[in-house]
Design a protein around this ligand. Structure first.
Ligand code: HEM
Ligand SMILES: *[C@@H]1O[C@H](CO)[C@@H](O)[C@H](O)[C@H]1NC(C)=O
Ligand SMILES: *[C@@H]1O[C@H](CO)[C@@H](O)[C@H](O)[C@H]1NC(C)=O
Length: 347
């Protein structure tokens, strides 16, 4: 199964096959995007020289018979039945622990929160199995989508397909690579124009901010909150995605919005599909979303950063969020027509 997905991904069209069939989409862009790949180097933001090193790597806290969650283990399918509280009352092994200076965090709030709760290794050097298990146990991501995202993380975003290790942030090649001389550098999820793209919700563009495309930006979070009116649903977020797209067009001379940037519509759907809590009527409200993004409102009204945390008494979605579901949400982006996205694909 895993090998089959790896193979299909090489063709670049597996996860979102409809993209290549959209009228006017030049499928050769799946090739052309290689030329746009950039990664953090040396001393720069996200590069190997400044990437934290934790000598004490501890794997994720496993699920147990006492606290089974979806009982997803070893990269295999779990129960696929949500509606339960995460972390469970009494499960101290998955309590929030803020990352220390030696721990790696990156552009994905969903994975940062998972690492802060030890569903992924707390130092941010994770594995394929941890990624597949954590997505199911915390968010009730369906097994099919959990696999695709984990494979994308390891391949597209440059972890190591042999060791099956991935840095959820900066370049930790010495710890992820089977052999750095053979693999070259593995930039982790910070690596630009692989999985990480321009016009993110709360992260800067790579070129306008010296390669820092991964840190939380409170100004952007505030913009998102204002545009969405604190209701992070599909219509609010597509308006905000449009706003960000135009902002990047103006501010970033290197703006590149390739086919994989459509994954950003997928990530945007996670706010209203994966993050909402049963204890808040599954509303994508500000209390929930700000907790997952680690955003905290300051007395002057600006947004500061306090690390990504699963909100108190949080209960996850009931039915698994499948690959078909996310494709539906991604398609909504262009259909909302306020993004100019097909134009970006065909220019
Ligand atoms: C193996 C699984 C996953 C991988 C490899 C992954 C990777 C990434 C990457 C590389 C980005 C940066 C994209 C960009 O903005 O340029 C991102 C963004 C994001 N991810 Fe994940 N992700 C995974 C699972 C999840 C899950 C389960 C959630 C749900 C809670 C999630 C929520 C998000 C959100 C909301 C963003 C947008 C952040 C922003 O633009 O400010 N991700 N993810
Ligand atoms: C946050 O984003 C705004 C808007 O793009 C930008 O002007 C600002 O420089 C960013 N702040 C940081 C600290 O990167
Ligand atoms: C969480 O649930 C408990 C028990 O129902 C309740 O006492 C507490 O106020 C809740 N906390 C929050 C932040 O909702």
């Amino acid at each position: 199964m895993k090998q089959a997905i790896f193979a299909l991904l090489v063709s670049g069209t597996y996860a979102f096959p409809w993209v290549a069939e959209q009228p006017g989409v030049d499928s050769s862009l799946f090739e052309a995007r290689r030329a746009h790949k950039r990664q953090q180097t040396g001393e720069g933001a996200g590069g190997p020289a400044t990437c934290p090193f934790n000598a004490n790597h501890v794997a994720a806290s496993p699920v147990t018979s006492k606290y089974p969650y979806n009982n997803a283990k070893n990269g295999l399918p779990g129960n696929g039945k949500g509606g339960f509280q995460v972390p469970a009352t009494g499960d101290t092994a998955h309590a929030f622990v803020a990352p220390g200076p030696n721990d790696i965090r990156g552009p994905c709030p969903g994975l940062n929160a998972a690492a802060n709760h030890k569903f992924l290794a707390h130092d941010g050097i994770t594995t394929f199995n941890e990624l597949v298990d954590a997505q199911q146990n915390i968010y009730n991501v369906g097994y099919d989508l959990a696999l695709v995202l984990a494979v994308l993380g390891l391949t597209t975003a440059d972890g190591d397909p042999v060791t099956e290790k991935l840095s959820i942030g900066c370049d930790a090649t010495t710890r992820t690579s089977v052999n750095p001389a053979l693999t070259g550098s593995e930039p982790g999820l910070d690596g630009h124009n692989k999985f990480e793209s321009d016009a993110s919700l709360t992260r800067n563009d790579f070129f306008t901010h010296n390669g820092d495309d991964f840190s939380f930006n409170g100004t952007l979070f505030g913009m998102m909150d204002k545009t969405c009116g604190s209701n992070f649903d599909v219509s609010g977020l597509s308006l905000y995605r449009k706003q960000r797209w135009h902002q990047s067009q103006v501010e970033n001379p290197n703006f590149y919005f390739g086919p994989l940037a459509l994954l950003l519509y997928g990530a945007a759907s996670f706010l209203y599909e994966l993050m909402p809590s049963g204890t808040h009527g599954y509303a994508p409200d500000l209390a929930t979303i700000s907790s997952f993004f680690g955003a905290e409102k300051q007395s002057d009204g600006t947004w500061g950063f306090v690390h990504e945390k699963i909100p108190p008494n949080w209960t996850n979605r009931v039915s698994p969020y499948s690959g078909t579901d996310v494709n539906q949400q991604i398609k909504l982006g262009p259909e909302y027509k306020n993004l100019g996205c097909p134009t970006a694909l065909t220019k």
